[in-house]
Ligand binder design. Structure first.
Ligand code: 5CA
Ligand code: ZN
Length: 413
């Protein structure tokens, strides 16, 4: 489907280092491109309701930063993002609000696009609705059944069978726990909390995730080689990432709430389908809280990009407020974050307008900003480097203003 309008990204001369980012599976920073000139990024997209809250915004901004840093380092970046436009939480919300699930999804995807444009987030090259990929996903499920990685579970309330993935069947490229490194008890707890069904009767292993849900009364469904139904959650990301980018991709990205089961199981499905790891690195953003709790659609403690913009916020200040935190940290949003980012932006704007520095004056600052973002996307360090340059009397130059735009996505002056 259509993504959104791309912001301008200036080209800045000079050598930028290749970034390292923290890989959850390795437990340390790595170069996810492994020296290649191409970087393939897949980021788990929204389930389209209650968009775009600051947790979503911070997550997409982190991977936007990675894309910018890769481009600045001269790499070819290919980026795909899905939209989970058919799944239980979306259907439940549509039912609760008495709206058609397709209309709810379409209107929320539109809102998401507008918010991404306001925040100057680079669009994916492939922005893929799950409802447009059902046939491909069903083929993949059929293949997993033929090759013994998937099995049917009789389903009393449906004419068809649900299909599950067998987590215990070995693959060359994945065993359970490879991505998340979690113990079984933690996996069982998280599975129950995050869309799994460990208590479902008839499964081989309580952790086995759903690949295909046979049609139930009143639920959307598609005819397919594995019966009439709709896709499970994790398989959508394995199939879309593999089809659009080729495996292994450089980075599978999302919030830390996706470490298990979502990314673990997506990696398992990809390995069973393609005998390849899903990704060279699994990169996770921290959770943003508000009023003491993780911002979440189910809790309803939402601060939305749209709400802040409607209250008169400069979208650049929202961006700067989010960039002032390390992407991988959990942190809490306070209203003061926006006020302090707005003040910082005024200082930066005045500095850029003052101008008149020489390129030579700016060389050290350019190097420092590039080094900070290449070090596991240390955007607070990059922001501090700009502050320090201003406080130390460095005059702004066109190169510096362009670099801040290219890497931090903020046009000052
Ligand atoms: N559609 C699935 C992924 S395939 C999904 O998780 N959708 S979502 O709408 O719930 O979340 C979209 C993205 O925002 C995910 O990467 C998720 O990890 C991230 N996210 C959700 N809540 C927060 C939060 N409070 N802080 C940071 N990131 C968050
Ligand atoms: Zn996903």
């Amino acid at each position: 489907m259509r993504a959104w309008e791309a912001p301008d990204v200036p080209d800045v001369p000079g050598n930028a280092p290749r970034p390292v980012v923290h890989d959850t599976a390795a437990g340390k920073p790595v170069d996810p491109t492994r020296g290649d000139d191409r970087a393939a990024l897949y980021v788990c997209g929204i389930t389209p309701y209650d968009t775009t809250h600051l947790g979503h915004a911070a997550t997409y901004l982190a991977f936007d930063t990675l894309g910018r840093v890769w481009r600045d380092a001269g790499l070819d970046v290919e980026y795909a993002q899905n939209t989970t436009d058919v799944d239980d939480p979306l259907l439940e919300r549509a039912t609760r609000d008495g709206v058609d699930w397709r209309e709810l999804a379409a209107s929320q995807i539109d809102l998401f696009r507008r918010d991404m444009v306001s925040l100057r987030i680079l669009p994916p090259d492939d922005f893929v609705a799950v409802t447009d990929e059902v046939e491909r996903i069903a083929e993949a499920v059929a293949f997993l059944q033929e090759t013994g990685y998937a099995y049917s579970v009789p389903t009393p309330d449906s004419a068809g069978d649900d299909v599950y993935f067998d987590v215990q069947r070995p693959t060359e490229a994945w065993v359970l726990g490879d991505e998340s490194g979690l113990d079984r008890d933690t996996m069982l707890t998280l599975s129950a909390e995050r869309g799994g069904d460990p208590d479902r009767a008839g499964k081989r292993d309580a952790l086995d995730p759903l690949l295909w849900r046979a049609v139930r009364a009143g639920e959307p469904s598609w005819e397919s080689p594995v019966g009439e139904g709709r896709p499970g959650w994790h398989i959508e990301c394995s199939v879309i990432a593999g089809d659009r980018l080729g495996l292994p991709i450089s980075v599978q990205g999302g919030g830390s709430d996706l470490v298990f089961p979502h990314h673990e199981m997506s990696a398992g499905h990809a390995a069973a389908l393609a005998h390849q790891p899903l990704a060279n690195a699994y990169v996770h953003t921290g959770m943003i809280a508000y009023q003491g709790e993780k911002i979440s659609k189910s809790l309803g403690n939402l601060v939305t990009v749209r709400g802040l913009l409607d209250d008169g916020a400069d979208p650049r200040a929202i961006r700067l407020a989010l960039l002032s935190h390390r992407y991988s940290d959990d942190w809490e949003w306070f209203d003061a974050e926006l006020a302090s980012a707005t003040r910082r932006l005024e200082t930066w704007d005045a500095w850029a307008t003052g101008g008149a520095g020489h390129a030579d004056d700016a060389v050290d600052v350019v190097t420092r900003i590039r080094a900070r973002v290449a070090d596991d996307l240390d955007t607070p360090g990059a922001v501090a480097a700009v502050d320090t340059a201003i406080a130390g009397g460095t005059r702004s130059t066109p190169e510096l203003v362009d670099l801040i735009d290219a890497l931090l996505g903020i046009r000052i002056g």
